[in-house]
Ligand binder design. Sequence first.
Ligand SMILES: [Zn+2]
Length: 256
Amino acid sequence: MNHTVPILLYHRILPKDAPGFDPYTVSVEKFSRQMRYLKAAGYGSLPLAEFVATLQAGAPVSGKRVIITFDDGYRDNITYALPVLKAYGFTPCIFLVSDFLFADTAHAEGLYLSLPEVKAVQQAGWEFQSHGKTHRVLTELPADLVREEVSESKRALESALGKIPCFTYPLGRFTDEIKMIVRESGYSAACGGLPELKGGVPDLFEIGRTEIFEADGMWAFRFKVATGFGPVMYMKKLAGAVKRRLARRRDKRDRA
Ligand SMILES: [Zn+2]
């Protein structure tokens, strides 16, 4: 297990009985236990942009670090996750959808963070990056609209929050062409897909994350932090890697 920096993915954090608790929500109680574990295990926060700069420099990451990310920019990230994160000394990276942040209609129900809220926690060290303009799934759009989603969100967010070097694909869906458009739009990196099985340097436009679900018990959470995968997926990945290694060995032998 030489998975180096765990990059955790969350969406919403809510009390267990709250309306709107969906499969992408983790309860405050579980989230709190998870953060307590990370703190006790000696992890400290690492900003995603700093991780990317370290990879670009080919330098090692110092210390035991974790990157805690939230997608979509829900207000509950401040209402419920902030007190927990603060208690254990963690600062997260939030991927914002620029239209959700700037369009007044999106705030009507108080579902998403507003600009003053974002600015206040940015002061406290929270990191913000781009998750597109409207959250449309990029693999379902023609190239010109992909370009608009990717570059318009960067422009809008940068005008309010400063440098936005990282992107994450809505629903984690992307193609090689989409990766190229993100790169051409001036981003340094993007998150998408699953983590690498072995540490190693990931493709900077395909940095994998580990999604945490309410169904994960503490044992599963610790396993995910250690390996990047849930137990079943980890065994599958491992079996795939062993199979590939054996196939390579067989090829070599056949050629000899
Ligand atoms: Zn999303």
